[in-house]
Structures are given as structure tokens and as C-alpha cells.
Design a protein around this ligand. Sequence first.
Ligand code: ATP
Ligand code: MG
Length: 563
Amino acid sequence: MRWTKSLIPTLKEDPAEAEAVSHRLMVRAGLVRQLAAGIYVHLPLGQRVMDKINAIIREEMNRIGGQEITMPVLHPAELWQQTGRWAAIGDEMFRLHDRGKREMCLGMTHEEVIAWLAAREIHSYRDLPQTWYQIQTKLRDEARPKSGVLRTREFLMKDSYTLDRDEAGLDKSYQLHKEAYCRILERCGLAFHVVESDPGMMGGAGAHEFMAPSDAGEDEIAHCDRCGYSANVELAGSRPRNPTFPDWTLEEIATPNAGTIEEVCALLKIDPALTIKSLLLVTKDGPLLALVRGDQHLHEKKLSIVAGEFRPAHRDEIRSHLGAEAGSIGPVGATLPTIADESLRVGRYVVGANKDGFHLRGVVPGTHFQPRWADIHHARSGDGCPRCDADLRIERVIEVGNIFKLGTKYSVSLKAMYLNEAGEERPIVMGSYGIGPARIAAAAIEQHHDQLGIVWPEAIAPYQVHLLPVNMRDDKMVELAEAIYTQFQGGRVEVLYDDRDERPGVKFKDADLLGLPLRLTIGSRALKEGVVELKARKTGEELRIPPSEAVPRTKALLSRPAK
Ligand code: ATP
Ligand code: MG
């Protein structure tokens, strides 16, 4: 493609509103433009990247037996009402009325439509298993659209759905998807972790996320380099390291004016890990005392899994249940249901005495009070891996893909049934799998760039080669450039030919910014000494070769067969 015939609006300056590197570079390199908050136009180069990613996704989906379909973006409300998600999902769903005043919504995902389709088209065990997928626009009124195309309100998703007879079938379909997702991300040049995740609003029995390490990410995972354990911090387990416990015996000590953990520790000159943080909460069953070690944080989501929804108790509730201010409460002698974090199973601690201005020292959980045990703390860097006890690392990541074992939640509510071999009616067992091509593109840029611009992984680069004659006013040079351009086209190499009459500095800067894998520069040497320069964007390595070898040598350096 000739640059002069293309829309490649590169920018010299960073856009003011862009924080994430990928956002900055996608705008500067002329890949995207923002129409409104979280709504983007993909320009020609951006579109080529999306096409390449989608082609890889299609190949891998087809390879595991996926059949491509296209489902509508516009859905009748009834489908979503039948599964309960019309009410369960809040403002994230775009809702509207048609001219007949019927309620509709814009599809944010397609489990409902799939179950509707399966209810009509799948009849017997002989029709199963099935894998259906689409690459389709999703609409979600995200609370905080940001970071360029990483979180938008309208975006493309490849979503697939598997239909199986039973759990064993689902396990197989799920495993195939897991492998396909790994191949997709590897082929797109991403570094990633596959982590256990919380099934959340999808419901269901198990889920994994595909997480690309990047500071621009909104998620965090706990990862063990030794055994490979990886989980979203939303549910990651960990074994906090034990402090050295002093040989305390149980006694009451005065702690005047010390309410917070910091104040108590400063007064007693002890490590916060030797204290217990006691929090009074109110659940629908009444008050509940939650305990975590003083140096740790209560993980509200983990606690809500074991205790249901809760709120912090008010000051007067704390006094009426425990007889003291929040800073002096504790589990000893309390007659409330108590949940203690697993890490408190060992050790002797300082806890509030349920008496203003006093604490107890030497309290042994399990001896001096009897809690229910649960994992309710946040995993931190340096905690022990729950599997092998090596140090965990907390890493910031971008979620690029997500897979769920749905089970029968949707098939039961939408009556997607089949007849088994005995002629009995059974609900179809479903799985659901999503991956975001724009997030893959942005994550690839986050992981592959330098201070000059993007460094595209070859498989998803908008073009493979950047052909750059430095002076378009030199007829001989143009003649050579045109000849090489024609040869590249004949050899089916994807080439961007910078035929602009621009200063060399401008052209080189843009080439670095665009980040195509190989750059073939035709400079004055080409004519004087008979050499052109072939440079790899990634390594900076440069070869000087005769113009007649330019095309075969370039092709030899490309790992991907040209389309
Ligand atoms: P997140 O937790 O980041 O909101 P999600 O769990 O809602 O993601 P899914 O519903 O599982 O995401 O969607 C599957 C994939 O679609 C995600 O892994 C991501 O690649 C992509 N995706 C989801 N939401 C967006 C968005 N707002 N903008 C761009 N891509 C998105
Ligand atoms: Mg979301």
C-alpha cells in the first residue's frame, strides 16, 4: 500500500487525555480515533490489526470444531427476563423500546440467545456436542470507559458457546477452548497467564481468565513462579508468613488512647502481624465478628462468599454488642458468631479486650475463643503459595479472555433440553468463552513498544514491511523503490510504501512509531554503493544488501508465510 493513498494520520505529540501507553501509541500511530467516551473508530491500520487477530481467532476456533454464526445485537427483553439477568444486571446494559413500546436491550453477551437457539434446534443426544461462535459487536455501558480500546462501550468480542450432554462433555469442550485460547494468544505474541477466576455474574462451576501482564491492566493476579499457581486476587489463596511469636501468657494490658493497629503497635513496640484486627459486621442473620491479622486486609468478596452480604456495624451497634469502642473490641468473651482468617490458626496475639482502653496479650485463637475458620484475607506479594509455599508475586494484568463452565443455568431457564439415550429429557450443559481482539491489540502494544513507538509482533502487525525511500525527488531512487515495491507485491509480502515527499527525519520517526517488523530503507547509498538497508524494528539489527536481493532476503526474515 502506498502511504500517499492511505489514511495514516500519525501525530507528533501524545494526545493529552491518553494515560495508557497503548492508548497513546494507537492514537499517535493513526490506528484509532475516539468518537465519544468509550466509542472508537478503527482507522485502516487499526482495522488491519483487528483483521489479523480475528483471522487467528477464526483459525483456532475452527480447529476445535467451532462453527461460525452471527447473532443479533438487538435482543427482546423477554429472553433476559427468563434467565433473571434483566433484573440482575444494572446500568451496564443498554435498554431501549421499539416503536411498539416493547422492551429491548443491546447484547452485552449472548448466553440467552444461544440457549434460545439450542432450545429450538437441538433435540437429541445425537445433536450434541456443538460449538458455536461469533465475532460480533457487544455493547456495555461501562462505568469507567478508559485506557483507549482496553475498556470501551462498544467493542468486538469473539464469543463461543459449547453445548454438551453432561459435565464430562463440558470438561472436554472447556479444555479444548483453554488450549485454543493459549494458541491464539501465543500466535498474537502475547505473554500471558491462565488463572483461576470467579465465575461472577455468569454463575456456574468454574472459570479461567487469560491475563496479559501490563501496568495498564485493571486486574491483579497472584502468581507462583515455582509451581505455576495463578489466580485472580479476587479469589487467590495465600499463606501469609508467620512472624516470630513472643512467649506471651494471657494478660490484660492498658492501651490508653490507642485504637488503631498502628497506635497499639507503636505503644507496645510490636509488629502488626502480632495483633488481630477485629471488625464487627452486620449480615442478614445479625452481627458477625470478622478477624484478620493486624498487618492484613479483610477481603470483602471472600468474606461475602462465606457470610453473605454484610455492612460495617455502626458505633452504637458495636457498643451494644461488645461494650467498647471499635478500637478496643475483640473475640475473647464475645458471644457473637466469629469468623477468623486461616492465618490465625497459629500464634499468640494482641486483641481488643472489649473494654475501652484495654487489650489482651497472649491470646491463642482456637483456645481462648472458638471461631469458624475461613480464608478471608487479601493475598500479598511475598505470601506463601497455597500449593507449594514458594513466594507469591502480585502482578498487574489485562484480562484478554475469559472462559466459564456455565452448567445448566441458562438451559434450564430457557428450556434448552435434549432427549438422552433412554429417551429422558435433560438440560443441555453449557460453556461460554470470550476473547477481545481490541484488548489483544492493546495488550500487545503494552508489552511490545519502546520510547519511539510500537514494536509489533509480526503476526498481528498491520503490514510486514515498511519500504522507505528517503528522497522522493530523486528520480533514480524512486525508480528503484517502485521496482522493489512491485516485487514485494508480486511476492505477496504485505508492504507499506512510504512514498511521501517528506524529510527523511519525518519518515524515520513515523516508521519507528508504526513499528512494522522490517524496514527497508533506500538511501543515497543505494545508488552510490549499490546497497539498501534492511532493519529489524525489534532488535535494531541492520543488514546491508544489494537491491536485487532486497525482496528474497526480506522474505527470508519473515517467519509468517505471506498471505
Ligand atoms: P472485565 O472484567 O474487564 O470487564 P469481563 O469479565 O466483563 O471483562 P467478559 O464478559 O468475559 O469480560 O468478556 C470477554 C472478553 O471481552 C474480555 O476478556 C475482554 O477481552 C473483552 N471485553 C470485555 N469488556 C470489554 C470492554 N469494555 N472493552 C473491550 N473489550 C472488552
Ligand atoms: Mg466487564
